[in-house]
Design a protein around this ligand. Structure first.
Ligand code: ZN
Length: 195
């Protein structure tokens, strides 16, 4: 009986783990929204983009100057995840992440249900700078996830371009379905499994 209960718990945990990694298939409606987000989302994005880009640019410079470099193994993990310049990555641990000067941006994020600036935001990546909260500072899973975002930044080339795409995804289809987040979850899970 005890063994059956234990097995049921293990099965439930495995199911939960798989569920998290399984892709969210976007509906045709969601795909349409990603392609043309509409006036309201575009207006929000254009409104917050300049200050958010400035914040992440300053934050990246700060992390690059003060953070630690990746270990040899982490550099290999970065390469496996598609990061072109993993030796440029720096990681810093902070109790709090920087927020925009304009409090309306944080309020808007909260209103839209984004984790930005909330205690649930455990990691934030800006260019080659990764910020981690102390509770996930040793987490390989979280680091792998953020390294996928580094690769996405490299492909976007400019923080502003990454951010525009990322904001549109979050504001139209939400965090779980956002293609950039799905890619981060899928690639990091695959890389860690293969190592
Ligand atoms: Zn992410």
């Amino acid at each position: 009986m005890k063994r059956a209960a234990a097995l049921a718990i293990v099965a439930a945990l495995l199911l939960a783990a798989c569920k998290e990694e399984s892709p969210v298939v976007l509906t045709p409606e969601q795909q349409k929204l990603l392609a043309s987000p509409g006036i309201e989302v575009n207006a929000i994005v254009e409104k917050v983009l300049p200050e958010a880009t400035e914040l992440l640019t300053i934050s990246e410079a700060e992390v690059l100057a003060s953070g630690r470099a990746l270990t040899k193994e982490e550099i290999q993990l970065g390469l496996d995840l598609g990061v072109m310049l993993p030796e440029q990555v720096r990681v810093a641990t902070r109790e709090r992440f920087p927020m925009p000067r304009d409090p309306r941006i944080g309020a808007l994020a909260a209103e839209r249900g984004l984790v930005f600036g909330t205690p649930e935001e455990l990691a934030r990546t800006q260019g080659h700078g990764i910020l981690l909260k102390p509770e996930v500072a040793q987490s390989r899973e979280v680091l792998a996830h953020e390294l996928v975002h580094v690769a996405q930044y490299e492909k976007a080339r400019f923080i502003e371009d990454f951010l525009r795409r990322y904001l549109i995804e979050l504001l139209t289809v939400g965090y779980t379905a956002a293609p950039m987040e799905q890619e981060a979850r899928a690639l990091s899970a695959k890389a860690l499994k293969e190592q």
